[in-house]
Design a protein around this ligand. Structure first.
Ligand code: SAM
Length: 431
């Protein structure tokens, strides 16, 4: 979502006639897009502002510095008083107001543009998209969940779904310019409800999946409690749906889930996994986990490890709990020591890495389709792509290999984090 917001900000600057500079330090206008989901991300902003201050003292640039994104929304005007280098602060609900903010700066003002106006703009034609074959499309802004650890409802506002027709038009335009994979984004994407027709996520996926030229449609992030009614079966039946589903479970302990305000139990999560696998046996699940949430005992944490071992996720993003401003959990008793949280995170990653290695090794000898992204490292003869289940696939380059190519790859080896293969047969390579 932050990547897409940066593309939206860049698109507005380009519309104003600005073009990319070599670096922020040599730019007339430098925007920092920020994340505040964990404290570490928010702290990075301060060190980056320090670097820009030094650059300006040395060479006079960047001339204008704007702070955008979730830290802007969270700290607003106080950032202007704390950081004299800042010309303006602009929240994620105000991207359309960037020209007005720059105009105010031109008039010598320093402005705080935050909040979520009812008529918030989302000008999809202004997004400065990458040339790549993978594209992101926001379908739900904001979040209504109020998980007790999470800052997102405060920084991205109330949940608002975009109209299905506008999304389909945007995806058609992306496919026409070469997009092969589109990922539909929302904090709780499976709460999608078209404001015009009441259409839900399965309807949206069916409509987007029918767009000519796409290879795969993905969506993220799903909340376990929103796969209601027949949605699992309907989603699983969408023909071009990628077989990768990201469904955070956060904790395997019911006591912790309750304090997190997650509205499902571990049993319900496991039941959801069974339903998904029954409807789509090849599905690869990925998840987010928080360790060291206030009050998490060793027993609670073991319940998390147990759930990871039972589900066998293809990918897992693990985080040590980080207290965030305005969130209820930041005031909870029972802080878990940092060292304990780090040690739990390491144990979690060790269990997950072993599972991933086994799952990846089981694919040796298989043929998979992969969408090629580019050299694995700059100048490397090994190129990297991803399969429809989001697994990284490494292949030796061949004559004519290019970004956005769909390749058929025979898997010859595997690590915990990648499949290693070889493209098979010229004829098998779809353009
Ligand atoms: N809306 C999604 C959800 O609720 O599942 C994702 C929200 S967040 C942008 C991505 C992940 O960051 C979360 O799933 C959670 O695991 C992690 N996260 C959020 N707040 C956190 C916090 N205060 N400390 C540590 N991790 C956090």
């Amino acid at each position: 979502m932050n990547v897409l917001d940066s593309q939206r900000l860049e698109g507005v600057l380009q519309e104003l006639g600005l073009s990319p500079a070599e670096s922020s330090e040599s730019a007339d206008v430098a925007l920092l897009n920020t994340c505040s989901v964990r404290e570490k991300a928010a702290q990075k902003v301060l060190s980056r502002l320090g670097e820009l201050r030094k650059a300006r003292a040395a060479g006079g640039k960047p001339g204008v510095v704007g702070l955008c994104g979730c830290v802007a929304e969270q700290d607003g005007a106080s950032l202007l008083s704390r950081s004299p280098i800042l010309s303006f602060v602009l929240g994620p609900g105000q991207i359309g107001q960037l020209p007005a903010a720059l105009q105010s700066v031109g008039e010598g003002k320093r402005v705080n543009v935050t909040g979520f106006p009812a008529d918030q703009e989302y000008e999809s034609h202004l997004i400065a998209r990458s040339a790549g074959a993978r594209q992101l499309v926001t379908v739900v802004h904001g979040c209504n969940q109020h998980c007790t650890f999470c800052v997102v409802p405060y920084t991205r506002g109330r949940e608002r779904s975009r109209a299905l027709a506008a999304i389909v038009t945007e995806v058609r335009a992306l496919a026409a310019r070469g997009a092969k994979e589109v990922t539909l984004l929302g904090q709780t994407v499976n709460a999608y409800r078209c404001p015009a027709s009441g259409a839900e996520l399965p309807d949206l996926l069916e409509a987007v999946g029918a767009v000519e030229g796409l290879w795969r449609v993905q969506f993220l992030t799903s909340h376990p409690a929103f796969f209601t009614g027949s949605s699992v079966e309907r989603i699983a039946a969408v023909p071009r749906l990628g077989s990768y589903l990201h469904i955070p479970f956060q904790s395997g302990s019911n006591a912790v889930l309750k304090r997190m305000h997650r509205s499902y139990t571990r049993e319900e999560y496991l039941d959801l996994v069974s339903r998904l696998r029954a409807a789509r046996p090849a599905v690869t699940l990925s998840t987010d986990v928080i360790v060291g949430f206030p009050g998490e005992t060793e027993e609670d944490f073991e319940a998390t490890l147990d759930l990871v071992s039972r589900v066998r996720f293809g990918q897992l993003y693990g985080f040590a709990y980080s207290p965030r401003p305005r969130t209820p959990a930041a005031r909870y008793a029972g802080r878990v020591a940092r060292a304990t949280a780090s040690e739990r995170l390491e144990r979690l990653f060790a269990v997950q890495t072993a599972i991933q290695l086994e799952l990846n090794q089981a694919l040796i000898g298989r043929r998979v389709e992969a969408l090629i992204d580019g050299p694995a490292r700059r100048g490397s003869q090994l190129w990297q792509g991803r399969g429809e289940d989001n697994r990284v696939v490494i292949v030796p380059a061949w004559d004519g290999i290019r970004e956005g190519q769909l390749a058929r790859v025979k898997i010859g080896g595997a690590t915990a984090h990648a499949l290693i293969g070889e493209a098979v047969g010229e004829a098998d390579r779809a353009a």
